[in-house]
Design a protein around this ligand. Structure first.
Ligand code: ARG
Length: 361
């Protein structure tokens, strides 16, 4: 099948579905599909209307098999940045998105969509997330986030230098076309962070733990009706376990369970004391407590799982089958206490979709 034919097929399928969901008439859908078919014949591609872009991005959230937060797919704010001309322009759009989404802690889900692949102003964001901590060193001795080792090294090669703390916010790295990427320090006011304290244990602050307020995934490709957008950073709000049961506790990330266990004087000489499990609970309580205390949106895994089951019901009522990847949907703490544990999901990929793409560095 030729490229053109493939785009045409995907476009027609998307437009049919989207226009139906948007309650357009059948004539409107037919007319638009015809117009797009002619555009593809003429130019090899087509341009989404804002309405198509917006609904497509929302459908892609709805179709994301790994996301437990999909109940809120219709609330996604969609910023159209397809007219961005260069790296600086892109950086400014991103800062605006970050300020809108962070909203002093009352987090609002949003996405900014940059020029489509194939257009002359196409860009690529090198960062995995817009806000992430640098990682320095090698396997033996790591300072900061080990998940950022490669990007940190790439930033240093581009001339950036961090302070060397555990929580250095990486710069934003934007590449236009095949040019050398440019980096931008994130303006301080766009990065909200939360220092961690514990609801009962006053000494918890001595651990000096913190995390940033908003997860902005910035390295996934958005595909809508055959058109791909390599730069389409999006955000929701955090689920507590992402930070407390993974980022800060994975042994190959911040590995903080031993420190928490020592603080709470747990018996670390035997597995049967369940010190890791107890430390996990204290750390996760601290995450939820601290975000709440600082007025930053966050959801616990029990509530998120309940919301997901509501999403399933809502989709069923609309006659749509929910797809999902079970191993990602179950929370990393007490998974069998949630309803998701006891269900199974088909992990097939529906379009529009967010996809992982090869790293550019
Ligand atoms: N798990 C990632 C992290 O801990 C964030 C992924 C997106 N999460 C979200 N709640 N939208 O940074």
């Amino acid at each position: 099948m030729t490229m053109r034919k493939q785009i045409a097929e995907q476009a027609a399928a998307f437009l049919g579905e989207a226009y139906f969901e948007l309650e357009k008439t059948e004539e409107d859908a037919k007319r638009r599909i015809q117009e797009v078919m002619q555009e593809i014949d003429r130019t090899g591609t087509y341009v989404h209307t804002y309405e198509e872009l917006k609904h497509g991005a929302r459908m892609a959230w709805r179709n994301n098999n790994r996301c437990i937060g999909r109940l809120f797919w219709q609330t996604l704010e969609v910023f159209d940045a397809r007219d961005t001309d260069d790296e600086l322009d892109a950086a400014n759009r991103i800062f605006q998105h970050m300020n809108y989404a962070t909203n002093n802690g009352k987090v609002r889900p949003a996405i900014t969509i940059f020029p489509a692949n194939g257009s002359k102003n196409r860009i690529r964001i090198w960062n995995h997330q817009l806000v992430r901590y640098a990682g320095y060193g090698n396997k033996e001795e790591i300072v900061g986030d080990s998940a950022s080792l490669a990007l940190t090294a790439a930033c240093e090669k581009l001339g950036w230098k961090g302070e060397g703390t555990r929580y250095d916010v990486l710069p934003l790295v934007i590449q236009k076309g095949d040019q050398k990427p440019k980096w931008f320090t994130l303006p301080e006011e766009t990065v909200l962070e939360v220092p961690l304290s514990h609801p009962e244990n006053e000494r918890f602050v001595q651990l000096g733990l913190q995390w940033y307020a908003v997860p902005f995934v910035s390295d996934m490709e958005l595909e809508i009706g055959g058109i791909s957008y390599a730069a389409a950073p999006f955000n929701g709000w955090y689920m507590g376990t992402e930070i407390g049961a993974r980022n800060l506790s994975d042994t190959n990330r911040y590995n903080q369970l031993p420190a928490v266990a020592r603080l709470f004087q747990l018996d670390m000489t035997t597995n049967t004391s369940l010190w890791k499990d107890k430390a996990l609970i204290e750390l996760n309580l601290a995450v939820l407590h601290s975000f709440k205390k600082h007025g930053v949106s966050i959801v616990d895994h029990h509530t998120a799982a309940e919301q997901f089951l509501r999403f399933e019901k809502q989709e069923q009522e609309k006659g749509r089958q929910v797809t999902g990847r079970w191993s990602w949907l179950i929370p990393p703490m007490s998974p069998a206490t949630t309803g998701i544990w006891h269900r199974s999901y088909d992990d097939i990929e529906r379009s529009p979709v967010y996809r992982t793409q090869p790293m550019p560095y």
